[in-house]
Design a protein around this ligand. Structure first.
Ligand SMILES: Cc1ncc(COP(=O)(O)O)c(C=O)c1O
Length: 387
């Protein structure tokens, strides 16, 4: 039987055993509705309170600033649509970048249909937003600037402080939203540090459960809810809470942040080791989005020129190695990566780009096995490719 090497951690991660145990405990023993007035309800409510405190601690914010949601996609929708609806009277201009996740880009597309004007800021070859263009676009009509912290396909880190400085230098009242779904648990930062008003998180990227996320809303910031009902989550997101999912998220954040330095150095070392080995042993490879000191520790995007990424993905899968050709959410549709295209990467590079993404569960032996298999597969495939 093949060894199993999971290198698709930007798509999702394997839950920590403690997360699974904590969730099962909630489902089996503490299944009350947090809105119920009896003991079963109070148990569930207290478990949510504890999880909210764990997330708040990880971000060094107040627990009242954390609102749970059904994942990163919903948190992004809450932030962007919520801000647009709440600030309609102040302006109708919104700013984002061309390399955002579809949960952001498609929300902006919807808002364009609703009459808002959206500026999509371009990026350079490394995936960094064009700050000059951003400065030019912000006007007194701008009510929101939304950028991702770490790109999910190439791992580029956006200059959050410079973006804050530009908003301030234009004396803009625009709210600042950051999709931190790929950076939470990988980069140590706080929303206060960068003057962020709204920040989206997702549990399943840091060994928590799928379908669980949160939005940080800075105290004093008003956004409109987008889901209406029984006023749960302080009226921000109605619906009976996913108690087990929330508890799992809290536990995942606790474990990740208790072991932060170790976890990040494991990812970073393995990522660098893979990069080194690929460059050392293979020809015609291009690293996409590499920029010194401005890359997340867990994502490596590599083009193996002349080889279709999908073919390579399945050949690796046959050896028990799991990677991705782009963002998981769009990789089931065979469309070229909008991120690499926006970075100005040439078509042969886009078509042959594979994303390796790490977690602290990966080992050096995983990388050795991956490189060994990769080299053999590429050698084999290149025999049939006329370059
Ligand atoms: C940058 C980014 N934003 C948003 C999301 C969506 O999060 P979720 O899968 O929790 O809906 C993802 C997931 O891949 C992501 O990588």
């Amino acid at each position: 039987m093949n060894r199993e090497v999971y290198l698709d951690n930007s798509a999702t991660t394997k839950p920590y055993p403690e997360v699974v145990e904590g969730m099962v405990e909630m489902l089996v023993n503490h299944y009350g509705n947090p809105s119920s007035l009896h003991m079963k309800g109070i148990e569930a409510e207290n478990a949510i309170k504890k999880a909210r405190e764990s997330i708040a601690k990880a971000l060094d914010v107040k627990s009242g600033e954390i609102f749970f949601a059904s994942g990163g996609t919903e948190a992004n929708n809450m932030a962007i649509r919520g801000c647009a609806l709440a600030n309609k009277k102040r302006g109708n201009h919104l700013v984002t970048s061309t390399i955002e996740h579809p949960s952001v880009l498609n929300t902006f597309k919807f808002l364009e249909q609703e009459g808002y004007r959206v500026s999509y800021i371009g990026v350079d070859r490394y995936g960094r937003v064009n700050l000059k263009q951003l400065e030019n676009e912000i006007s007194d009509q701008t009510i929101l600037v939304s950028v991702m912290h770490v790109n999910n396909e190439v791992g580029t880190i956006q200059p959050l402080q410079e973006i804050r400085n530009i908003i301030d230098s234009k004396k803009s009242k625009a709210l600042y939203h950051v999709d931190a779904i790929q950076s939470f648990g990988k980069i140590l930062f706080t929303p206060v540090q960068y003057g962020i008003d709204l920040l989206s998180l997702s549990a399943h990227k840091l060994h928590g459960p799928k379908g669980s996320g949160a939005l940080y809303v800075r105290k004093g910031v008003r956004i409109h809810p987008i889901v209406f009902g029984g006023s749960q989550e302080f009226d921000m997101r109605s619906g009976t809470e996913n108690v087990a999912g929330i508890v799992g998220f809290g536990k995942a954040a606790e474990i990740t942040f208790d072991n932060f330095n170790h976890g990040v150095s494991v990812m970073d070392e393995n990522k660098k080791y893979l990069e080194e080995k690929i460059k050392e042993t293979m020809d015609h490879v291009v690293i996409n989005g590499w920029c010194d000191g401005q890359n997340a520790p867990h994502i490596l995007n590599v083009s193996f020129l002349g080889i279709k990424a999908e073919v390579l993905l399945h050949a690796l899968e046959a050896k028990g190695i799991f990677v991705s050709t782009g963002s998981a959410c769009s990789s089931n549709k065979p469309s070229p990566s909008h991120v690499l295209a926006a970075m100005g990467i040439e078509k042969p590079c886009i078509e042959s780009a594979v994303r390796f993404s790490f977690s602290s569960f990966n080992t050096k032996e995983d990388v050795d096995y991956c490189v060994e298999q990769l080299a053999a597969i590429i050698k084999q495939l290149r025999k049939y490719v006329r370059r």
